[in-house]
Design a protein. Structure first.
Length: 450
């Protein structure tokens, strides 16, 4: 019986042989010539090219496809586009190789003695995670002209950000590096980003009053801009991926069953919006408004459901809906918890360290709630101090919180799909990722201490 390691090794050698054939068919360039032909913003090194051509290692997907694009058209003095008919074959090949490598690593790890699984430093980090302690990583990026939007892809391997330089960017979550060139298309600051449920589309919204849809695989725009009433404050995909709700001064639903030919609903709905909206898995849209009001809507039909929820004295500035439950958190000068079925408050208000909640999210497993709060709005974005407040949702007990790691406004945040990573972006231009303590890990640590 063939081993998984053998499968990966054989497949990698076969793919490398086909890369060498591609090289020979299109001018047989040197390693230095191949590296020099790489498109701007996509770096290829002679050593990395050599490793790929010899089957010594599998580079990242973007690196691999850039190499293929250079080889495919080297003899024409061009670089093949991502729409070249040969690209899907090579993209599928890389995906298969990546899966085989993952299977090999999992199998090899399982066969090794415990002491070989990780170096001492790795063991320390893993032990901290098991105890529910946070781990703050160095900034993924700095000097990004503000990070105004953050979202993880459904598989967590990519992170999308929006910037003040009229651009969005994809990042490799594990390697903490850019996953391809910046995405340009907007004419003003990119204020919101969202992945479709299947991870194939990225939506970006901007202060230019439009939203755009990108193909994640090819990093290309796939349709004309989708207009909005005012600058785009948030984007929400429907769970089936066939609609997107674009929020400006009001909200409009677009049918993207065919994302290359989107169709907008006849009318806008909701007004006096003061926070990003949230959408449940069963089509319940919730909006935050001035005067401490939250409103429930039937999203598809754009119809209001019952009377609004009124609990805060000031504007609702953040919303979060617990996955798989009926708990809604509304943020303002504090956090209030509601049962969306009964429309009743279910707990005493949760206090935060800052004056006003600006960002709020439940972890995808529903076990913790995070609120980011700061001083009231200032004309100087570097002046306010922001901080985390974290609760476990079984008893609403506050958990230890890491340092925020930003100076000034924290402008974006997102959980990874596995609930362990939390990314934040700030007006200071930093993109940060850290682990957060979890309720389960904290309970296990308490039991172990007893």
């Amino acid at each position: 019986m063939r081993t998984t390691e053998g499968d990966f090794g054989r497949e990698l050698k076969l793919a490398a042989g086909e890369l060498r054939t591609l090289r020979a068919l299109h001018g047989d360039p040197t390693l230095a010539q191949i590296a020099a032909r790489a498109p701007r913003g996509l770096h290829l090194s002679p050593s990395g090219i050599s490793a790929a051509l010899r089957g010594h290692s599998l580079p990242s997907r973007d690196y691999y496809l850039t190499l293929v694009r250079v080889l495919l058209a080297y003899d024409t003095n061009k670089v093949a586009s991502l729409q070249h008919p040969e690209i899907p074959k090579w993209r599928d090949r890389w995906q298969r190789l990546s899966l085989l490598r993952h299977a090999q690593n999992s199998r090899t790890s399982a066969l090794l003695p415990v002491e070989h699984h990780a170096a001492l430093s790795e063991k320390v980090v893993l032990a901290a995670l098991r105890r529910g302690q946070h781990v703050q990583l160095s900034p993924t990026a700095v000097d990004l002209n503000g990070v105004w939007a953050v979202a993880f892809s459904p598989d967590g391997l990519l992170l999308a950000t929006g910037h003040g330089a009229k651009s969005a960017q994809l990042w490799d979550t594990v390697d903490q590096c850019r996953a391809g060139p910046a995405l340009f298309g907007h004419t003003d600051r990119v204020t919101t980003v969202a992945f479709s449920p299947d991870g194939r589309l990225l939506a970006t919204g901007s202060e230019d009053g439009s939203a755009r849809l990108w193909d994640v695989g090819s990093r290309t725009l796939i349709t004309e801009p989708l207009d909005s009433a005012g600058y785009v404050d948030s984007l929400v995909f429907a769970p089936d991926g066939q609609s997107i709700y674009i929020q400006g001064r009001t909200i409009r639903r677009w049918d993207i069953t065919d994302p290359r030919q989107p169709r907008k609903a006849e009318r806008h709905f909701a007004n006096n919006l003061t926070s990003a909206s949230v959408l449940s898995s069963d089509g319940l849209l919730i909006t935050g408004h001035a005067g401490g009001v939250a409103q429930l809507w039937e999203a598809q039909g754009q119809t209001r459901i019952d009377a609004p929820l009124r609990g805060h004295a000031e504007d609702v500035t953040a919303l979060a809906l617990a996955p798989g439950s009926n708990v809604l958190a509304t943020g303002s000068e504090d956090v209030q918890l509601w049962d969306v079925r009964t429309r009743q408050i279910i707990h005493e208000p949760l206090k935060c360290s800052g004056d006003m909640v600006t960002e709020m999210a439940f972890s995808p497993d529903g076990r913790i709630l995070v609120a980011i709060s700061g001083d009231r709005v200032s004309n100087d974005p570097q002046e306010p101090d922001f901080s985390f407040t974290i609760w476990e949702t079984a008893t609403w007990t506050e958990l230890p919180s890491p340092q925020i790691g930003h100076s000034g406004h924290v402008t974006a945040s997102a959980f990874s799909p596995d609930s362990r990573l939390f990314a934040t972006g700030g007006a200071d231009g930093l993109l940060r990722i850290r682990t957060l303590p979890t309720a389960i890990a904290s309970e296990q640590a308490l039991l172990a201490d007893r």
